[in-house]
Design a protein around this ligand. Structure first.
Ligand code: SF4
Length: 190
């Protein structure tokens, strides 16, 4: 169990190693100072998986939701964060979501940022996101094609390979889990 290694203040720096699903959530949280429930669950459990303790998670979300009063934060969000760490309710120590679970989650509606960009973004916004992340045109076409053909995890794997040229192709198995992506991005092979 790696929980406890990462500080709330380190999340911004580490976000360069996040897969697209999580960098999308991180950027939306920074932009809106808020995330809806589905996004908080998906992102909160991922952050737990990278090593944020429950204390650091409370610091992270309290700061991120800067617009809320302490009272509103305590009432509405702190319980859910503690719940994710198995400290409330049925005391289940929830696991971070796998790609399969995220890909099969309900279609995000306006204002939602959960889900997998390769599955839930339109082809146009996936393309724009890839270009923004400095992927070249031939690889953008290849990745968008994989996503269109419903090979979402292969598209994500290809994106990983293209953005991590220092890793030899073949070293990267198929991405199955956002936390696996994060570990591999830091050079930790499965
Ligand atoms: Fe995230 Fe998995 Fe989708 Fe990649 S394939 S963006 S890790 S859910």
């Amino acid at each position: 169990n790696v929980t406890g290694k990462v500080k709330a203040s380190e999340v911004d720096g580490l976000s360069q190693h996040f897969p697209l699903c999580m960098s999308n959530l991180h950027q939306s949280l920074r932009k809106d100072k808020h995330l809806k429930h589905g996004g908080r669950m998906q992102y909160g459990l991922f952050l737990k998986g990278i090593g944020l303790s429950v204390e650091e998670a409370l610091v992270f979300w309290r700061k991120a939701f800067g617009n809320h009063t302490d009272d509103k934060f305590q009432k509405e969000y702190s319980y859910n964060i503690r719940h994710n760490y198995g400290l409330e309710g049925r005391r289940v120590n929830y696991a971070p979501y796998s790609c399969m679970k995220i890909i099969q989650s309900n279609q995000p509606s306006t204002g939602d940022h959960h889900g997998c960009p390769f599955r839930h973004f339109s082809a146009q916004s996936l393309e724009a996101t890839l270009y923004k992340n400095k992927v070249g045109a031939p690889q953008v076409n290849e990745i968008v094609r994989l996503a269109k053909d419903r090979h979402y995890q292969l598209a994500c794997t290809r994106y990983f390979e293209v953005t991590h040229p220092e890793m030899q192709s073949g070293q990267v198995g198929t991405i199955e889990h956002p936390n696996q992506y994060f570990d591999m991005s830091q050079g930790k092979l499965p």
